[in-house]
Design a protein. Structure first.
Length: 404
């Protein structure tokens, strides 16, 4: 029996590897340049949409036919998690004030998920599903229901404008920090030398990510995957005086300069405090303009207004866009939301996505008058953060989009 199970697991693993190698990866490589092109029309858009759907079908077969089920036990509330397990750390850090206890439950098949959700809701549990975007649950929209992107993109548009116009879109604090760079002897160079990449990976990337984001659901990329990014584009390294202090992998695709992974020498946060990251992003913007790019993609951040990286990038005058390279999402479903959790989520500033646009989520307290609620302060906050407006909802089927 044990031998038969081993053979079965090996066969499934081999099939999954084949699907990834001969189905998902080739189509990903083919359509990636078009995912970040905003002006696709006609048959090209239809073809990219079809290939994206077809790739998602392969991902569902590999990741979502059998899913993990876990119970996240916090001090004030609990969550039932259903998904492939990729974002347990991130969900724990976003939806709980303190790390919850994680209890493994029996795995479920894709066709069992609907019943599992229904049973959990009847028990007044809170459910978060992490599944492919192509898997929909419209029947649960009668409950308190929203989706949250795993990642979003923050971008500066029209960077071919005069630099004074770009600076005018930044907040006052960032403009002041950029002016201070002139006195700090920062410079940069762009490299396609593998030796520079090797030094960046071991002395900047690894120590910085480990020290800065440990326990927050940030997955360390391996050497080979980042080297592929390096080969597509290159590496921008910032120096202060004669010392290399930080670096960023980047590439140009279409008319967009994309920032990928970054690092700070030895993970030294004192270098960050002294302005090295401001120098890094300012240098990246300068390099992108020299390459005749029209858009600067500052990379992925969590869909969370209170998130530190989100706020740092917001100061550069960014607008928010869906990350088209991410194919899963978090779906939040419950009948009743504990008041403390409601307040906690509103303070966190959840960003939700509707029809390809991003909005700030606001969950209305059951004691508040939803029909006569004054959303003006929230709309101002959404505009300040580069969002399209507000999505307001409550436990009583009130669900409204308020655009800016």
């Amino acid at each position: 029996m044990e031998k038969a199970n081993r053979i079965k697991r090996h066969l499934i693993h081999t099939i999954h590897k084949g699907i990834v190698r001969f189905w998902i990866r080739p189509i990903e490589t083919l359509i990636e340049p078009y995912l970040y092109t905003n002006n696709l029309l006609g048959y090209k858009r239809l073809l990219v949409d079809f290939l994206t759907w077809f790739t998602n079908l392969g991902r569902v077969i590999v990741l979502d036919l059998r899913v993990q089920v876990k119970q996240l036990l916090g001090e004030e509330w609990n969550i039932i998690y259903i998904g492939n397990g990729a974002s347990i750390e991130a969900i724990s850090s976003i939806f709980f004030p303190l790390p919850p206890k994680v209890v493994e439950m029996k795995r479920a098949s894709l066709w069992q998920i609907k019943t599992l959700i229904e049973n959990s809701i009847q028990k007044k549990d809170i459910v978060i599903c992490e599944l492919n975007k192509s898997i929909k649950f419209p029947q649960f929209s009668r409950y308190l229901f929203f989706t949250m992107p795993v990642w979003i993109k923050q971008k500066i548009n029209n960077i071919e404008r005069p630099i004074d116009h770009i600076l005018a879109d930044m907040n006052q604090t960032m403009r002041r920090r950029i002016r201070q760079l002139e006195k700090q002897d920062f410079s940069y160079f762009f490299s396609i030398d593998p030796n520079d990449f090797d030094r960046f990976f071991h002395t900047m990337y690894l120590p910085y990510i480990k020290s800065r984001f440990y326990g927050k659901g940030i997955v360390l990329q391996n050497y080979e995957s980042l080297y592929q990014v390096f080969q597509r584009g290159g590496l921008l390294i910032v120096k202060q005086g004669q010392d290399e202090v930080c670096g960023m992998l980047c590439d140009i695709i279409g008319n967009t300069c994309r920032a990928w992974q970054m690092g700070v020498k030895n993970g030294d946060f004192d270098l960050v405090k002294k302005g090295s990251l401001v120098a890094l992003w300012w240098s990246m913007l300068d390099w992108a303009r020299l390459q005749k790019a029209r858009q600067f993609d500052l990379g992925a951040t969590r869909a969370l207004i209170s998130d530190g990286p989100f706020n740092f990038k917001r100061q550069w005058g960014t607008k928010i866009y869906p990350d088209r390279g991410v194919y899963s999402q978090w779906t939040f479903i419950c009948r009743e939301l504990p008041l403390k959790m409601l307040q906690f989520l509103n303070e966190r500033g959840i960003i939700t996505e509707v029809d390809g646009k991003n909005y700030q989520l606001y969950i209305i307290n059951p004691t508040e008058d939803a029909e006569n609620f004054d959303f003006s302060p929230l709309l101002n906050t959404a505009a300040f953060n580069g969002l399209n407006g507000i999505v307001a909802l409550n436990e009583y089927n009130f669900n409204r989009i308020i655009p800016i």
